[in-house]
Every structure is written in structure tokens, then in C-alpha cells.
Design a protein around this ligand. Sequence first.
Ligand code: 5RP
Length: 261
Amino acid sequence: MDWGMKNRLSRIIKPETGRTVMLAVDHGYFLGPTNKLEDARSTIVPLLPYADALMLTRGILRTSVDPEKDIPIVLRVSGGSSIIGKDLSNEGITTCMEEAVRLNVSAVALSIFVGTDYESQTLRNLASLVDLAQPLGIPVLAVTAVGKELGKRDVRFLSLSCRIAAELGASYVKTYYCDEFEKIVESCPIPIVIAGGPKLETERDALEMAHDAVEKGAAGVDMGRNIWQSPHPVPMIKAVRAVVHQGMSPEEAHQIFAKSK
Ligand code: 5RP
């Protein structure tokens, strides 16, 4: 790995633990004003001291994060569809690499939609993005999207998607946690981070998911709604950090959440 690529990746996946707590706030790129992200700045700012990296679009970066903040940016560069449109998977590359460099990003992120009508298009988007980002030393995060079909989050589908992302040159991949998650890790030669998915019933449930994922080989989380849709987002991200970086059990981490709240 070239120096710039390695350096950028090390800003996200911390060398001390080999793990990361990325904060995902890119949901508006297809969901519009998502619950608790309507005023993105007020949600993001209190969480910044506890995030290893921030995943978002250029629009929310420019309007809602001060450039003086020392936070690695994972820039979402795919989109082009909305939740009310014909097909969520019909995505293209929405941001050029010149813009990514101008924004001093640590990585760029793009969704692939395996098994959909736009599978080929989104996989070729990924390959093109790798071709554009690699010469600049910018890592590419591939997101194994499932669109509206959350039921697709099983080991067979996610292993297939993660492996294809790695084969096409992604630097790391974001997927969902599922039963037999270790099988996804075993067959994927690049680091994996997990999305939180829709808000779970309790914070304890989300901590357990993060715990099980890292125990089975995930390099951390890229979590959104289970942090900032919690009534207590800062205590929640502190507890997630304890699980990911300190290897705390869900019970111990939940005590941190309860005390901090
Ligand atoms: C949307 C994304 C989100 O960043 C991702 O789903 C993580 O957020 P959450 O933990 O809320 O699922 O990539 O396509």
C-alpha cells in the first residue's frame, strides 16, 4: 500500500486497536430530512469528539461541519435516487475526485446493489471509482446496500456482496451484521465495518450487535441511527467506543451508557 493510502486509512481504522467507530450521517442523500438529522449540525457537533471518522455528503459537510475540526471525512460519492423514486439502486457517481481532494477527504464511499436491476451499473461505478481514487491514494469504502429489502441481510447475500466489493478493488467494505457473520469475514480479504441499520428497540441491543460483530472479526462500526436516534446520543457513542476499542462486553458498555446518561 502506498504511503498516502496507508496514511488515510490509518486515520480511519486506528492502528492502536485495528478498529474504528465511524459516525454515519449520510442518510439524507436518498432519505431527505431523516428523523434527528433535520438539523444535521446540531446532531453532528456534540458527537464529533467521540467519532473516529464522519461519513457524509459534500453538502452536509460544507453546511454543517466546520473545516477547522480535525475529523477524518469519508465522503459519500454515490447517489441519484430517492426513497420515493422508481428504484433506489439506480445510482451513479455524484462527486468527482477533484472535489474529494478539495475537501481533504480520508476516503470516498459508494453503494453497490448486488442482485438488483442496477447491479452491473453500481458494480461498474465501484470499479470506476477505484480507478479514479487509487492513483490519488484515496481509499474506497464500498457499501453493500440492500435498498428497501432489509430481509436480504443474510450471510449468503452479504458474503457475495462483500467479496465482489473486494474483488473490484475496494479498500474496505461496510455491510450488515447477520447470523454466521464470521463467514463473511473469512471470505473477504479487506476490513469490514458494520452499519447499524434502523434503530433497534434498545441501546443494549445495538451494543450487543456491535460487540458480536467485532468479536467475529469486524474492524468496527459505521453507525448512524442507533447512535443519533437514541435519546442520549453522546452516552451511546461513548458506549459503542468502549465495545469497539476496549473490547468491553455489552453489559459493561451499557453501564457506561447508563452512567453517562
Ligand atoms: C445508507 C448508509 C448509512 O450510512 C448506513 O446505513 C449507516 O447508518 P445506519 O447505522 O443508520 O444504518 O450507507 O446507505
